[in-house]
Ligand binder design. Structure first.
Ligand code: GDP
Ligand code: MG
Length: 888
């Protein structure tokens, strides 16, 4: 089967290359219309891996059904993941649905879907695996932004879980059309109806129940589903691989299982009613069919569902039912992926940004060849008018880097414009380097097929890249060579940039021996390319290497990868909270003179430096460059450069005064040609950042500390001044200032504070709140039942309620009765789930899950994210420092 496929793809490629241009575009459009870039989002353990395995099996890409519990699945391919049974790294897998028969030719899509559904023609599905654990939120975000649609899997026993809600909201931010699969309906305690109501109440969308569960004899084993769209029952044969499905029309069912037939009809009525409220065509159809809900043909329902799924914001969500572990419900779910989720052409244009200003990609590309970008008098328009945009030939996002033991480093890309061809030179706008793309692949489960190009809207893999990291933007640019870079403006172009908060945990890494050092650092470099939310810092003086990350599990996995997968020979310390230091007083400006040899050459430079607490100083000359409507930016003082505080720099603002040296000049008569103004600024900044990585109080990085430098070319420049000398001078000058500030008035310790949302039952609310406030020193911001609107008034962004959220009355949601639960269960569960919103120091949240479970009889869940760093009280700081000394 696979061989045939390879042959087919080669032939298709040849055909593409030789075809005339018009034909080629038509073929490309056809191909894109038959493409789905989708992801599965789910809470950990909901059954994402199990479902993915079934999808690959039914589409013919695996011969055996993998089993998560045995650790034999295709998608969870890292040993660390297999051991844990969770998915850490996203990878994209391509398959066809419905599968193509051997020797079957590519079929074109018809112009209308009034008679045949899309799912009757083979489509190319790129399935992007997203991780389910909270520690990997950024991996989730990174994969979300390349998706065109998503399947959300819910555990039919657990219902909507806290983490699901979080990812759901994120998917909403990217406007990703979604459908839901309620899984594990075979399990004891599964409650489809309760889950459907929770979808409405907690995810704030109307569930459109397309399938209802079918239990043998009404309350026996779960063995099939009722299809409200096509008015039939689908029965999976027990004890098989689930390939065989028997369908029974409602008319047949009326004779054999009358109450089930009745319920399917009820579901159909509810579905038509719901669709009519959101889709005008459905209203027309309803009247055309004499107001008979059952008379409307299934394919019209499918089309209406497709329309509502693709509305933004999405207010209706189709719900499907199954149990992937029992091989029930997966094929219709795949049909729904093809029938309901959009192709890349149907998606809104993607967002790009250049230096904090943003627009859409097509706006940028359509930009008229405007005159010089950086003229001072000209006000820059709100959209991105960059003349060089016309030179962009292709634009792609590297959404995942994976180190594959067999094939080396794989860079997964999604192409947003143009085509990436084999051998093209790519410019990486995050790293500012150009590199050639030697080989291109398409990934089929664990197999790869080499291709000549990856086109717009497609997902593929580039191998042989030396630099690209997860999250980097890659552009192909007219006239670009490996040594050059785009002239200006475009070199900072970003596709859908995401905001990553600062790391809050760290661990130390110590190679077993000096000879192992290189290996360890090489392994770390790969790890960082895979996951840039890991941060590495090497202290020049102590030689210590620190690895920082988002959560303790995040670092645990990194440690496992390092020791087990990369076989790094190093000692890895315990995982600790990453505190920060901040200065508490202002120092007066001081001159620092450097005069020494660096790498055998004399190096000389001078600099004036001072430090101040960031909150006490207002930038005098310039404002931070924010996303302003209008270009204040162009009125900036050319002799002062302000680097605003960002999470990458631990919120430390930096001001550099450089009198007589305009940063807009490419070179300057008083400067050596090797030192253009921009190089001077970058070198100084590098030195400052190095100095800030380790404070004098307890060796933590500095945060919220404002550095001011003055570099006067007329007195601070010598014939021996080099970039390295400037960096070193800046580092030492700043170190001296920080030390002095700490001597005058001791630095303060800052700790990460988390935005926490806890979900508990009414009964345990009191004890959980009590524990958060008095035991953990938290601050409760609001207490809401999940049905009332959020009353949180916190200005913190983590709590900003989704403006698109609206409230849904569960009584208005149709769901079939759950056979195994008493009818008032819906009432008692959904109505009494309470949400506590609080701010709690991270230190007090370590190991919280177990504690919460104990307090709530195992029912409570929570999610948290970093809300910021805060100065600790005197006593608390003393306690923390003492504990460190004791255990350090
Ligand atoms: P993931 O964490 O979302 O990838 O979930 P997995 O696919 O790893 O599944 C988690 C656990 O649930 C495994 O033990 C699976 O065997 C089990 N599981 C998955 N789907 C089903 C199902 O439909 N029914 C039952 N009973 N168990 C399931
Ligand atoms: Mg998994």
């Amino acid at each position: 089967m696979r061989f045939e496929w390879v042959w087919r793809s080669r032939r298709a490629l040849r055909y593409n290359v030789t075809a005339r241009r018009l034909l080629a575009t038509q073929v490309a459009t056809q191909q894109l219309s038959k493409t789905r870039n989708i992801g599965i989002i789910a809470h950990i353990d909901a059954g994402k891996t199990t479902t993915t395995e079934r999808m690959l099996y039914y589409s013919g890409y695996t011969r055996r059904i993998g089993d998560v519990d045995e650790g034999s699945t295709v998608t969870d391919f890292l040993p660390a993941e297999r051991a844990r049974g969770i998915t850490i790294q996203s990878a994209a897998i391509t398959f066809d649905w419905p599968p193509k028969a051997p020797n079957q030719k590519d079929q074109d899509l018809p112009t209308s879907f009034d008679v045949v559904p899309r799912s009757s023609i083979s489509h190319n599905v790129n399935l992007i695996d997203t991780p389910g654990h909270a520690d990997f939120t950024f991996e989730v975000l990174r994969s979300l932004r390349v998706l065109d649609g998503a399947v959300c899997i819910l555990d039919g026993v657990a219902g909507v879980e806290a983490q699901t809600e979080k990812v759901w909201t994120q998917a909403g931010t990217y406007q990703i059309p979604r459908i839901i699969f309620v899984n594990k309906l075979d399990r004891v305690g599964a409650a489809f109806s309760r889950t459907v109501k929770e979808i409405g109440v907690r995810l704030h969308v109307w569930p459109a129940v397309c399938q209802i569960p079918w239990f043998k004899g009404g309350d026996g084993d779960f063995f099939g589903v009722g299809d409200a769209v096509n008015l039939r029952g689908m029965l999976w044969q027990g004890a098989s691989d689930g390939r065989e499905i028997n369908a029974f029309s409602v008319r047949d069912l009326e004779k054999t299982d009358a109450s089930f037939a009745e319920e399917i009809k009820k579901a159909r009525v509810a579905l038509v009613e719901l669709l009519s409220e959101h889709d005008d065509t459905m209203v027309e159809l309803f009247f055309e069919h004499d107001e008979d809900h059952l008379a409307i043909p299934g394919f019209h329902i499918v089309q209406a569902l497709r329309r509502v799924v693709n509305q933004t914001p999405q207010t209706v969500i189709p719900v499907f039912a199954g149990a992937s572990f029992r091989n029930i419900g997966v094929q219709p779910l795949l049909d729904a992926v093809v029938d309901l989720l959009p192709n890349p052409l149907e998606r809104p244009d993607s967002v790009v940004s250049i230096e904090n200003r943003s627009s859409t990609l097509s706006e940028l590309l359509a930009c008229p060849s405007a005159p010089v970008a950086k003229s001072k008098s000209q006000k820059s328009p709100s959209s991105l008018a960059v003349a060089e945009a016309k030179n962009i030939q292709a634009c792609a996002l590297a959404f995942k880097v994976v180190n594959d033991t067999k094939r080396g480093i794989l860079v997964y890309v999604r192409v947003y414009h143009g085509s990436i061809d084999r051998g093209t030179i790519l410019y990486n706008t995050n790293l500012q380097v150009a590199e050639r793309a030697p080989r291109l692949l398409k990934m089929y489960a664990n197999d790869a097929v080499e291709v000549d190009s990856i086109q717009t809207g497609q997902i593929g893999v580039i191998t042989g890249l030396k630099h690209a990291r997860t999250g980097d933007t890659l552009i192909v640019y007219k006239g670009l060579s490996v040594k050059s870079q785009p002239s200006s403006g475009l070199n900072s172009l970003q596709l859908r940039p995401i905001h990553v908060p600062p790391p809050v945990f760290f661990t130390s890494i110590e190679p077993h021996s000096l000879s192992e050092q290189k290996n360890v650092l090489d392994a770390l470099a790969i790890l960082l390319r895979e996951d840039p939310s890991l941060h590495l810092s090497v202290d020049e003086e102590s030689g210590q290497t620190h690895l920082a990350g988002m959560g303790d599990l995040h670092l645990e996995i990194a440690r496992d990868r390092l020791l087990n997968d990369f076989k790094a020979k190093a000692r890895i310390g315990k995982i600790e909270i990453g505190y920060r230091e901040t200065v508490t007083t202002t120092t007066s400006p001081q001159v620092y003179n450097l005069d020494r040899t660096i790498a055998g050459k004399p190096a000389k430079a001078s600099i004036i430096a001072s430090v101040a607490p960031a909150d006490e100083i207002q930038p005098l000359v310039t404002e931070p460059v924010k996303e302003k409507e209008d270009g204040e930016k162009d009125d900036e003082d050319p002799y002062t450069t302000y680097f605003p505080p960002t999470t990458d720099t631990d919120s430390n603002p930096l001001t550099i005064h450089h009198p007589s040296l305009s940063r807009f000049l490419e070179s300057h008569p008083s400067l050596p040609p090797t030192l253009p103004p921009l190089t001077i600024l970058t070198s100084l900044r590098t030195g400052v950042l190095a100095a800030l990585s380790r404070g004098p109080l307890a060796s933590y990085p500095l945060s919220q500390t404002h550095i001011t430098l003055t570099f006067d070319a007329s007195s601070h420049l010598y014939p021996e001044t080099t970039a390295a000398a400037l960096s070193m001078a800046a580092r030492r000058a700043v170190l001296q200032c920080i030390r002095e500030a700490n001597e005058q008035s001791a630095n303060a310790l800052m700790e990460p504070v988390m935005a926490v949302r806890v979900f508990v039952n009414e009964g345990s609310l009191g004890s959980v709140v009590q524990d958060l406030v008095s035991v953990r020193g938290g601050q409760v911001l609001s207490l809401d039942s999940s049905e009332s609107p959020s009353t949180s008034t916190s200005s913190s962004s983590s709590f900003t309620p989704d403006s698109q959220q609206f409230l849904i009355n569960p009584a208005k949601i149709y769901a079939p009765p759950d056979p195994f639960t008493s009818s008032d269960l819906t009432h008692s569960t959904t109505n009494t789930t309470r949400e506590i919103v609080a701010r709690v120091p991270l230190k007090e949240m370590v190991g919280y899950l177990n504690h919460l479970r104990a307090l709530t009889g195992g029912r409570g869940t929570f999610v948290m994210s970093v809300d910021g760093f805060e100065k600790m009280g005197k006593q608390r700081q003393k306690d923390v420092l003492e504990a460190m000394r004791e255990f350090g």
